[in-house]
Write a protein that binds this ligand. Structure first.
Ligand code: CA
Length: 232
């Protein structure tokens, strides 16, 4: 059962969200301000945070910015709740790492759909262990990788790299971050290692026409993306 932390000072919205989440089989932890949210986070890690923009003790964006710098918590997906349509632009402009945002007033079905979409994108797998991004499928239980049902042979390192990128599709990771996540036990940190593995991974994807999904983002790193691709 996914656990959602709602940070929201308006009690009626908390009640509405609690009801919607419980109907969808999710558990809600709630906090009425940033201080309470930090307390909650120190006790239990939620699967996702719903974060209001305007909070009594601190701006939700400032809190989000702190979270994104926190080694242990930056992976928790965050959906921002905004009161005015104009705030969406600010969120885009700030680029502080929100996974999605919802404008108030929102309907319970819309909220649940957005939460499920983000959870699917972030945690990625269905019950059978399948991760699917565009035409690529990776099974975390069998370690089989395929494109349009045709199996792709990958070495163990390229498998780990692809699994990480597929679990975090559409996000850019620097070589250093990829070393941390994909090669956590490596003694000597050579960023070139990442480039070599990316090259091998692309090569394995070429016969399937999926190599273009592994993008080089100049000056930033790498990302797996289906934006602008055929059959995405
Ligand atoms: Ca508020």
């Amino acid at each position: 059962m996914p656990t959602i932390l709602l940070v929201e000072d308006e009690a009626p919205i908390r009640d509405m969200v609690r009801f919607a989440l419980s109907r969808a089989g999710m558990e809600m932890l709630d906090a009425e301000d940033v201080k309470a949210a930090e307390q909650s986070l120190s006790v239990r890690r939620p699967d996702l945070i719903l974060l209001d923009w305007m909070l009594p003790d601190e701006n939700g964006l400032m809190f989000l910015r702190r979270l994104s710098k926190d080694e242990e918590k930056r992976d928790i997906p965050v959906i921002m709740l905004t009161a005015r349509a104009g705030e969406e632009d600010k969120i885009k402009g700030f680029d502080v790492g929100a996974d999605d945002y919802i404008t108030k007033p929102f309907s319970p079905p819309e909220l649940i759909a957005r939460i499920k979409a983000v959870l699917r994108r972030v945690t990625g797998t269905d019950v059978a262990g399948n991760l699917q991004v565009g035409r690529l499928r990776l099974n975390t239980k069998t370690h089989l990788v395929s494109c349009d049902e045709v199996q792709i042979d990958l070495g163990p390192t390229e498998y780990r790299l692809l699994k990480f990128l597929m679990s975090h599709a559409e996000r850019v990771y620097s070589r250093g971050q990829l070393l941390d996540y994909v090669w956590p036990d490596m003694g000597e940190r050579e960023e070139r290692t990442v480039d070599v593995s990316v090259r091998r991974l692309r090569k394995a994807l070429v016969p399937h026409g999926c190599d273009g999904m592994v993008r080089t983002i100049r000056g930033a790193g790498y990302a797996l993306s289906i934006k602008g691709m055929d059959g995405a």
